[in-house]
Design a binder for this molecule. Structure first.
Ligand code: FES
Ligand code: CO
Length: 321
């Protein structure tokens, strides 16, 4: 059994709802648990991917008349998870124990969020979501062979821009990071006034300094917004812990300027993410060390230091060492 009540009781994204097919079960995996997702008339159900008869995967089954039918002997489950029919004994009424394991799920930002436990928090807020002056572009998802916390820490790390994203988000001749401030509260971490030089921050082709505020909203959800004058750009980023060493990154870009098509924005974000993935999949150990003595730190790593401390205080164990 998973020994991480924090992540067990937290919300995690398992699908981009518009991409989920109607009436066709889909498999997903979260915290080492196999899930089946199925959608009927826009309602999405998330269950353990296991038939209680002989343990076959329900995601191999099919949807018929609003029920999910097991591929093995045809046990038929209604939308609540009750088994309503044993085809081998059509006259027999299934007992209450013939029931799928149903997980709590909700739809926010067009994503299907699920919790394997009892949620202690709301789905984190994405401030630009309801602000019509921002275009929201969904990019990804990206499957990454590392732990969720390593992926979040990379999202929080601006000092890698000049190296990993040279020419796109930074330049090695402008690699210095200012002494910014970090606060940790009950609701997460805020790092304010991080200034970095970027080759083309607003699409005009002119290099300029850009100031960011980063927030860690939950152990595996983070956000940044550019707070410099002029065009606004934000990113909402959440990571699904598939297993300890494998995660899926989901993100939205929110911006209030520019003529770029969604396709161009996606292509740019895909390129940036591929550059990140190459490096973060190389990190060892894959599990994020919460003992601050385990790796070396600089002043510019203060967001990461606060993140490691916070995870340790919360007791996050899945994907950490
Ligand atoms: Fe599902 Fe037998 S295993 S019906
Ligand atoms: Co990066």
């Amino acid at each position: 059994m998973l020994n991480d009540p924090v992540l067990l009781n937290d919300w995690h994204v398992v699908a981009y709802a518009p991409a989920l097919p109607e009436r066709q079960p889909v498999a997903a995996r979260l915290l080492d648990e196999d899930l089946v997702l199925w959608k009927v008339d826009g309602r999405v159900h998330v269950w353990r991917d296991l038939c209680v008869h002989r343990g076959a995967r329900l995601s191999l089954g099919r949807v018929e008349d609003g029920c999910l039918i097991c591929p093995y002997h045809g046990w038929t489950y209604d939308e609540e998870g009750h088994c309503v029919r044993f085809p081998a004994h059509p006259e027999q009424k299934p007992p209450a124990t013939a029931h799928a394991r149903v997980y709590r799920s909700c739809l926010r930002y067009d994503w299907v969020w699920v919790t394997l436990g009892e949620p202690q928090h709301e789905v984190p807020a994405f401030p630009e979501w309801d602000d019509a002056s921002f275009r929201k572009v969904h990019t990804g998802p990206y499957s990454v062979e590392t732990s969720g916390p390593r992926a979040i820490e990379n999202f929080l790390d601006v000092a890698h821009f000049p190296y990993v994203h040279a020419g796109l988000l930074g330049d090695p001749s402008h690699a210095a990071i200012n002494d910014y401030t970090v606060e940790t509260g009950e609701d997460g971490i805020t790092a304010r006034d991080i200034t970095v030089w970027q080759p083309n921050p607003d699409g005009s082709g002119q290099g300029a300094e850009v100031t960011y505020t980063y927030r860690v909203l939950r152990p595996l959800t983070a956000y940044f917004v550019k707070t410099s004058q002029g065009p606004r750009f934000a990113m909402f980023f959440t990571v699904t812990p598939v297993s300890e060493r494998r995660c899926i990154a989901w993100q939205y870009v929110a911006l209030n300027y520019g003529e770029q098509s969604e396709e161009e924005i996606r292509r740019f974000e895909d390129m940036v993410m591929q550059q990140d993935i190459r490096v973060i999949e190389s990190q060892r150990p894959e599990l994020l060390p919460l003992d601050l003595q385990a790796e070396l730190h600089l002043r510019s790593d203060r967001t990461a230091i606060a993140y490691r401390r916070w995870l340790r205080r919360l007791g996050v164990t899945f994907g950490t060492a």
